[in-house]
Design a protein around this ligand. Structure first.
Ligand SMILES: C=C(O[C@@H]1C=C(C(=O)O)C=C[C@H]1O)C(=O)O
Length: 256
């Protein structure tokens, strides 16, 4: 996480990072929406797995060799037998507990992405561009996973800011109390509105003839590359709940 790069980790800095991650998620979905659903890419092939699974496994091997997956928020979807980096990597400041790297909700992200999200923002159809399609899926999965696992930093700063509040429910392993403590409904409402707005702005067709930015609100939503409402739904139903699951899972082990 960039906010961990030397300066004091703060809730404001971590939230700024989360805002930046929104851009990556919105753009990744816009890119994937260029292609229709392309379901054959997700059907199990003779060898067992699907093309999507094959691509993610192989892409992660390359990414691992290039030095990816060294930070607590960069969590691979298939962690078994990943090779070490081939080139020297620059260490990152250790601001989280060592167990942070084992907090992972990628299985839930995988299921959510393929079973729930994809049908919401891709058109029915099959154009045969399976290799391109799964590469775009990989970008979406990585962007979502990275944002959600930034929850580890959120949890760390929340604990550091109020150890007296967080320690009793951690000791009591009271998941509900922790969830209530770390939830900020007003912040969540703003996040939903902002991602919807970003999808509306980033997803409009830019031409020289029309006046870009003038169209606003629901009027232009049907022309957007991804329905802006899908973004607020994605964050409401899955991204923020999973981020909070990461926060709780991280906090539960904080006093171990
Ligand atoms: C990430 C945070 O924790 C919770 C999760 C949020 C999110 O995923 O965007 C927003 C507010 C909180 O309910 C935060 O406080 O910023």
């Amino acid at each position: 996480m960039d906010a961990g790069g030397g300066e004091q980790l703060s809730l404001a800095a971590v939230r700024d990072q989360l805002i930046r991650e929104e851009d990556s998620i919105v753009f990744a979905l816009i890119e994937r929406a260029k292609r229709p659903r392309n379901t054959p890419a997700y059907s199990a092939a003779a060898a067992g797995g699907s093309l999507a699974e094959f691509f993610v496994r192989e892409a992660q091997v390359l990414h691992a060799k290039a030095g990816h997956y060294q930070k607590p928020e960069d969590v691979p979807f298939f962690s078994q037998d990943l090779p070490p980096p081939v080139f020297p990597t620059k260490g990152h400041p250790k601001v989280l507990h060592p167990f942070a790297s084992s907090v992972c909700v990628n299985d839930a992200i995988w299921k959510m992405y393929f079973n729930e999200l994809l049908p919401l923002f891709t058109a029915d159809g099959d154009d045969g561009n399976y290799a391109e399609t799964v590469a775009l899926d990989f970008a979406c999965l990585q962007a979502l996973s990275r944002r959600i696992h930034c929850g580890k930093y959120v949890a760390e700063v929340k604990f550091k800011d109020a150890p007296q509040d967080y320690s009793p429910p951690i000791r009591a392993k009271d998941t509900n109390a922790l969830m209530n403590l770390l939830t900020f409904t007003a912040v969540e409402e703003k996040v939903k509105k902002r991602v919807e707005k970003k999808a509306r702005i980033f997803g409009q067709n830019v031409t020289l003839e029309d006046s870009v930015g003038k169209q606003d609100g629901d009027a232009c939503d049907s022309h957007c590359k991804v329905d802006p409402k899908v973004l607020s739904k994605l964050y409401d139903l899955w991204v923020m709940p999973l981020t909070k699951d990461v926060e709780v899972e991280y906090l539960l082990r904080h006093l171990d």
